[in-house]
Design a protein around this ligand. Structure first.
Ligand code: EPZ
Length: 417
């Protein structure tokens, strides 16, 4: 019998919690450790299943991993193979980011094509087109990409879409290319900026001007130490849960400046959000008001908070509209929220119409991806009665200490086999 989360809803969340480093920064940073054979120490690394998968990946490529302290990872050693193992890439799409570091260091790399997942097809055409612009020969055999480049050549690259992973992939290639690379229409997510700052820490020459990233390649990068930026998506998830339960609580170790999208939307919904230097206090009080949400690349509203905020809007006053513009099928939470009494219609594949009801009721629901799972936990915390959530493996990929954090905020929930 798989693990289940049993949530007894209706308790307003109160207290204070702290979120660790960002999953979506730690993953590319760990891939980037392949760019040097000198020791690299990363701090504030979140203890997540996906991080474990990436650690296994770089270990299988030759790296040695030590954990000298909680949430600290020390990576040493060199690259012993340039063939990424199939099962790890299939398990986690972000593993595809090892392609460029291997290519830049060894001149050839073989990485399986990442599968789609429950939020869309998620091709890697932009990654491969960009690498071709840098002089890479790309071939494909039985689901594996083989990339060859004796010398990567700097070039100008325009991204048809400001893809986060593509920008990260091309940054890690360009730092080893001869000459200058200019990436136009690059992603501006804070996690991409974290990778830039990390690469500079390792000795790379990278400048960022909005959506233009300029890299001057260099032969070798040295080791260094870096602290992963706080997880704005985990923090936002907890903030939404506090609001959904009518609670009053504070989420710590965040950068309020990179969370304005959610903060200002919550204030528009009538929820008080007080900004501290590195924390956000949420005081919900009354029933939230309806909102219009459109997900966009940063600095737009983050797609990773679309499912969590949709859960909040199911109990808001009035009719809300949610448009998902980043992924082509990221509504796995809708059918499950409907089981809890949510009134949601899906007029087309990218839009939700949510008629707020005055309360959800507990039900048995299933998580289909990381953020859909978080959405169901939020709904269960806000609902009357008991909610049982299965598919917790998805949630554990993206949220560390989720149950403990909510228990620290007085929620009534527990994991059961
Ligand atoms: C990163 O995924 C994040 N993952 C995602 O978080 C996040 O939702 C996404 O960025 C957008 O912010 C990590 O950082 C590990 P994209 P990524 O390339 O890089 C299309 C979570 O829940 N596209 O910006 O894969 C793609 O299909 C995860 O933590 C192409 O068409 O996102 C999507 O529709 C989910 N061709 C859109 O671009 C390509 O070559 C945005 O994808 C690449 C992407």
């Amino acid at each position: 019998m798989s693990e289940r989360l049993i949530i007894r809803g209706g308790t307003p969340l109160e207290g204070r919690i702290k979120v660790p480093g960002a999953k979506n920064s730690a993953l590319p940073l760990l891939a980037a450790t392949l760019l040097t054979d000198e020791p690299v120490t990363l701090k504030n690394v979140p203890p997540l299943k996906d991080v474990g998968t990436m650690l296994s990946m770089i270990q299988q490529l030759g790296k040695r991993i030590e954990k000298p302290a909680p949430m600290t990872v020390r990576v040493t050693g060199g690259i012993e193979t340039n063939r990424a193992p199939e099962e790890l890439v299939r398990k986690m799409r972000a593993s595809f980011l090892v392609l460029s570091p291997l290519l830049g260091r060894v001149g050839e790399a073989e990485v399986p094509l990442p599968g789609g997942c429950n939020i869309g097809t998620r091709p890697v055409d932009l990654h491969l087109n960009g690498l071709s612009r840098l002089g890479t020969e790309i071939s494909q055999t039985d689901g594996r990409i083989i990339a060859r480049a004796n010398n990567l050549q700097g070039n100008e690259i325009f991204l048809d879409y400001p893809s986060v992973g593509t920008t990260e992939q091309l940054l890690m290639a360009a730092v080893r290319a001869d000459g200058e690379t200019d990436i136009y229409n690059g992603a501006q997510e804070p996690e991409v900026r974290d990778l830039v700052d990390f690469l500079v820490e390792l000795g790379a020459d990278v400048e960022v001007d909005g959506s233009i990233l300029t890299v001057r390649g260099s032969e070798e990068l040295h080791g260094g130490e870096y602290e992963v930026l706080p997880d704005r998506i985990a923090a936002g998830t907890y903030m939404i849960a506090i609001a959904a339960t009518g609670g009053h609580a504070t989420v710590g170790e965040v950068r309020p400046s990179i969370m304005k999208q959610l903060t200002l939307k919550m204030r528009k919904s009538g929820i008080t959000v007080n900004e501290g230097p590195d924390s956000l206090e949420v005081i919900s009080g009354r029933r939230p008001k309806n909102l219009e949400i459109r997900t966009l690349p940063y600095p737009g509203f983050p797609t990773d908070l679309q499912a969590p905020v949709s859960a909040l809007l199911t109990i808001a006053e009035g009719k809300s509209v949610v448009k998902e513009t980043v992924f082509d099928s990221r509504f796995g939470h809708v059918a499950e929220l409907r089981k809890m009494g949510a009134d949601i219609s899906v007029p087309n594949s990218s839009t939700l119409f949510i008629n707020g009801t005055d309360g959800l009721r507990g039900a048995k629901v299933e998580a289909t991806d990381i953020r859909a799972g978080a959405s169901l936990v939020i709904a269960g915390l806000a609902a009357s009665g008991t909610t049982e959530v299965v598919g917790l493996g998805h949630i554990d990929r993206g949220y560390s200490r989720l149950v403990e954090n909510f228990q620290d905020l007085s929620a009534q929930l527990e994991k059961k086999i």
